[in-house]
Design a protein around this ligand. Structure first.
Ligand SMILES: *[C@@H]1O[C@H](CO)[C@@H](O)[C@H](O)[C@H]1NC(C)=O
Ligand SMILES: *[C@@H]1O[C@H](CO)[C@@H](O)[C@H](O)[C@H]1NC(C)=O
Ligand SMILES: *[C@@H]1O[C@H](CO)[C@@H](O)[C@H](O)[C@H]1NC(C)=O
Ligand SMILES: *[C@@H]1O[C@H](CO)[C@@H](O)[C@H](O)[C@H]1NC(C)=O
Length: 489
């Protein structure tokens, strides 16, 4: 209740010349008002302000400039040095009465001027904190309306609500704003215009919303080092007046994931990544399979952000953070995650002179606002990379050693690098190895052939040597040598 009556006290100072002797000035509890300047020919006057029906003296200034102030009003009143206007600070409910000013000039003859103002109350009824998506209703309640008095509204960004399609302004000055968001959190202003003068009345409005939505996807790349960070937190701390306990007002929540068709997984199948079990204390129940890290919930500033270290193509898709409140109210944030990936064809190792394709992709054709940039390894040359945009499919017709190394593919939108990914291409001289193999094989075959030939030749040679010896032996055997003529019988 304090919140309500204290804050929504608005100041409007608006001078309205009324038909009677009394002028009306608008003011709001807690605000400041300046009772307008009075014209007088001479400065040598005495000024006296009175208050209320009983004409209590508030402040008096004599012709020499000495002031006397009622002690009860001492810290709330001041008199302008240059004119005779009265400034009232921290207006109280009991101040909405008449203020009379008496100016007296004694030279050359006594002249007296009396002006009476009536402080009239303007109020904006309080609004309790509301969730994003709801309608905001404000009323600029002006007690006394005169012909020509106009009211209009300014948003916290000081935009005129007359130009806002979400707003409806009633004849009685009431304002309705449909489907508020976190941007509508802040001071709203009722502007009262009369006779060319403007007076402003401010009132705070609390809109509970999640962190601003991502209009663009979140870009990351395939890498064990990549960090996927999905933000989801309240744009303002939940007000304590919000049903006493913040935790009690939250009934549950979840992070869900719908894989992108490009990820090659089941499409349209919504997976629940983590569940928020209603408190107190609130706690996340995570699906450990996906390696998600849910930031610790803080009691004062609930932070439901999700992060994951190590990104794969399977992380492409739509993520939704949802928090449920009492009475089936839900706040949601959806975000799309795009994952950049690079691969080579036929493989990470290519042969000298072979055709090699490098592909940099999000898993689907790039939209026209996106482009890729290839950063070749050092000394790499002879590639059509001077022209922009670079192709997503880069063909190296005949790989050279210079094409080997670390290739980087960057994704850009309008002079902004969104993400990048790297791959190492290895070029090897495979044809040489083949010739080596062929030579070795040929040598082996020749060696075996030579071996066989040698064996055959040796055998033949042996045969040739053995044949005559056998003949001799036979000859010797046949002709049994008998001693002839040596015996003398
Ligand atoms: C409310 O605003 C949000 C964000 O501006 C928008 O996405 C949603 O469609 C709007 N809802 C309605 C009912 O207009
Ligand atoms: C929420 O938590 C994440 C990760 O723990 C952190 O990076 C981020 O700054 C936090 N945001 C707020 C608003 O506390
Ligand atoms: C490279 O891409 C072109 C065009 O898509 C294709 O014709 C060719 O077969 C690919 N080469 C390799 C080695 O994948
Ligand atoms: C890109 O920049 C141009 C001018 O620099 C701007 O007109 C255009 O809207 C921008 N596009 C995007 C998608 O931000």
């Amino acid at each position: 209740m304090n919140y309500v009556s204290g804050f929504l006290s608005i100041v409007i100072a608006l001078f309205i010349s009324s038909t009677g002797a009394e002028d009306v000035v608008y003011g709001q509890v807690g605000g400041t008002v300046t009772l307008p300047k009075l014209k007088w020919g001479s400065e040598k006057v005495t000024v006296q302000w009175y208050f209320g029906m009983d004409q209590k003296s508030l402040i008096f200034r004599n012709a020499q400039g000495r002031e006397t102030i009622d002690p009860e009003w001492k810290d709330r009143l001041s008199l302008s040095k240059t004119d005779f206007s009265l400034i009232i600070n921290k207006i109280r409910l009991e101040d909405f009465k008449s203020f009379k000013c008496e100016l007296k000039d004694f030279r050359p003859t006594q002249m007296t001027s009396v002006t009476t103002f009536r402080l009239s109350r303007v109020s904006v009824q309080p609004v309790s904190p509301l969730l994003a998506g709801k309608n905001l209703n404000l009323n600029c309640d002006v007690k006394e309306i005169f012909e020509g008095t106009q009211r209009r509204w300014l948003s916290p960004q000081k935009q005129d609500l007359n130009k806002d399609k979400r707003a409806q302004i009633g004849n009685n000055g009431g304002l309705t704003v449909m489907n508020v968001t976190g941007q509508d959190n802040g001071e709203w202003t009722c502007v009262v215009t009369y006779q060319g003068r403007e007076a402003y009345a401010n009132t705070p409005v609390t809109v509970i919303d999640l962190s601003p939505a991502h209009t663009q996807p979140i870009y990351t790349s395939v890498s064990s080092l990549s960090l996927l960070h999905l933000p989801c937190f309240f744009s303002i701390p939940l007000p304590l007046s919000w049903s006493g306990s913040q935790e009690k007002s939250i009934q549950g929540g979840r992070w869900t994931f719908t894989p992108s068709p490009a990820a090659g997984s089941l499409t349209g199948a919504v997976q629940t990544l983590v569940n928020l079990s209603p408190g107190p204390p609130l706690a996340w129940v995570a699906n450990q399979k996906r390696g998600l890290d849910v930031s610790a919930l803080q009691r004062k500033n609930l932070n439901l952000s999700l992060s994951k270290k190590g990104v794969t193509e399977g992380d492409r898709g739509d993520y939704t953070c949802a928090v449920e409140f009492q009475r089936d109210d839900t706040l949601k944030r959806e975000m799309r995650v795009e994952v950049l990936q690079v691969f080579t064809s036929p493989g990470p190792v290519a042969f000298l002179g072979q055709e090699v394709n490098l592909t940099c992709t999000l898993g689907q054709p790039l939209t026209s606002d996106l482009e890729v940039k290839w950063i070749p390894p050092h000394h790499s040359s002879l590639l059509p990379l001077d022209s922009s945009p670079h192709p997503t499919l880069l063909t190296i017709p005949e790989a050279t050693y210079g094409n080997g190394g670390r290739w980087r593919c960057e994704l850009w939108r309008n002079k902004t690098k969104l993400t990048s990914v790297e791959i190492t291409l290895k070029i090897e001289r495979v044809p040489m190895d083949v010739w080596l193999l062929v030579t070795i094989c040929a040598a082996a075959v020749i060696f075996v052939l030579l071996l066989i030939l040698t064996v055959i030749l040796i055998r033949r040679h042996r045969q040739r040597v053995m044949m005559p010896r056998r003949g001799k032996r036979r000859f010797c055997n046949c002709q049994d040598p008998k001693p002839k003529g040596f015996y003398r019988n």
